[in-house]
Design a protein around this ligand. Structure first.
Ligand code: RNT
Ligand code: ZN
Length: 418
């Protein structure tokens, strides 16, 4: 008997069909974020990642400097990851003709045509993000909530342009485009007015959403945050703000939870079933915060596994839009993508190989001791053999031999970049 056959028998003793788990996961898209490849710099400006309260640290050699390089790097990463992928782009990754320079309020679908070609050749859907940072029109750190009407107007136009681009992505790929609105708007120190900026933010996002779109094709989201670097005291788009915004605009907007954006003892896993009681669909940025929203590479950690478990056991895989969001510049960037993507795949597959009904029954019957004992026992099942089979069926290495490929690519390609 092969290792997989033996593992399959053990799981089926628990009522888990591992073949079925593998088949399900093959069809669940997870969005891979382009911004891990170049430290969130983009192609529409010259400097490094600007203000917005987020930061990359490290200077590992080989950062992608051109669209061609970034596409080649993403290709390399995707060939080393099992599962269905989507491409996640930021507006700052617009690709211009030589000499052309278009500001963010005037972006058009044509500036993303090369990305569409890239996605279509690979059968990928595309998700999108307006870029409300690294730009001179961010005044006093504010965009959509600025007291300056010109500043707000500029960013509203940017948001509307992004809806039109998202519409184009959905039409071209035939897959819905999740379009996430996140701004770093906030204040470093104690504000004199907390409501004014939020009322302006609300009206501004409403104006963006007045740009026409079909909600089954374009799915705008609002992402909350607790604080950022330089905006420690107050964030306009707080958890309560974005959640209520999404609730009020339920037929045209989704809430997005980034698990790096809450107080350190809060967990997104517990928020998932809470939101699913009210929203038909929700969205995620999956990341790893170390002490703060540090955007470390996703690993197979307890809370990551718990999030995947909630999505699976709530039967909500088709109601959840999952995207990765981290940026580590201190290690090989392709390996960062691969480790993060594979970790989330492991979490999902493991959740799909968990006998949720059996455990729920114990909970409902008040058999809590047994529940604890069995939950611990499950951790000892040979999940690695199921993972290896999944990877094999997806045509990628199950073990870390994929890293040899990354090392070769680093020697042949990345090390030549200046
Ligand atoms: C920042 C947010 C946001 C960004 C990306 C680049 O804290 O998580 O989603 O990471 O838009
Ligand atoms: Zn995020």
């Amino acid at each position: 008997m092969s290792r997989y056959e033996s593992a399959k028998t053990m799981f089926s003793g628990w009522g888990v069909d591992t073949d079925r788990a593998i088949q399900i996961l093959k069809n669940i898209p997870v969005s891979l974020h382009c911004w891990q490849g170049d430290d969130v710099v983009g192609f529409d400006q010259d400097g490094p990642l600007g203000s917005g309260g987020i930061q990359t640290t490290g200077n590992y050699p080989g950062r992608a400097r051109t669209p061609e390089q970034l596409m080649a790097d993403m290709d390399k990463a995707m060939t080393l990851c099992p599962g269905k992928k989507k491409l996640n782009l930021h507006a700052s990754y617009a690709i211009f003709e030589p000499g052309e320079k278009v500001d963010r309020d005037k972006l058009e679908p044509k500036h993303f045509q090369k990305w569409v070609d890239f996605a279509k050749e690979r059968g990928l859907g595309i998700d999108f993000n307006p870029t409300f940072f690294s730009h001179p029109m961010q005044k006093d750190g504010l965009t959509l909530s600025s007291p300056d009407e010109n500043v707000r107007g500029f960013w509203i136009e940017h948001g509307k342009a992004c809806i039109r681009i998202a519409r184009y992505f959905a039409q071209e790929t035939g897959m819905p485009c999740v379009m996430n609105i996140w701004t770093g708007d906030g204040y470093k120190d104690i504000p004199a007015d907390r409501m004014g900026p939020r009322m302006r933010y609300k009206a501004a996002i409403e104006q963006i959403l007045s740009e026409p779109y079909a909600f089954d094709q374009v799915k705008p989201c609002v992402e909350s945050k607790v604080f950022g670097i330089g905006v420690e005291a107050y964030t306009v788009g707080s958890a309560e703000f974005t959640l209520n915004f999404a609730a009020e605009h339920k037929n045209k907007c989704l809430p997005l939870m980034d698990n790096g954006h809450y107080h350190p003892t809060e967990v997104v896993s517990d928020k998932i079933p809470a939101l699913l009681c009210f929203f038909p669909e929700i969205a995620f940025h999956i990341t790893r915060g170390v002490r703060w929203d540090s955007d470390h590479v996703v690993l197979l950690e307890d809370e990551i596994r718990e999030m995947a478990k909630e999505i699976v056991r709530c039967g909500a895989l088709d109601r959840c839009h999952m995207a990765l969001d981290f940026f580590d510049a201190s290690i090989n960037r392709i390996a960062a993508w691969v480790v993060g993507f594979r970790s989330w795949q492991k979490a999902l597959l493991s959740a799909l190989c968990t006998p949720h009904e059996r455990l729920q029954k114990l909970q409902n019957e008040g058999r809590f001791t047994e529940l604890m004992v069995l939950q611990e026992e499950l951790k000892m099942l040979p999940f690695g053999d199921v993972w290896n089979r999944y990877c094999e069926e997806c045509g990628v290495a199950g073990d870390a031999t994929w890293f040899e490929e990354v090392q070769r690519y680093e020697a042949d390609v990345l090390s030549n970049r200046k």
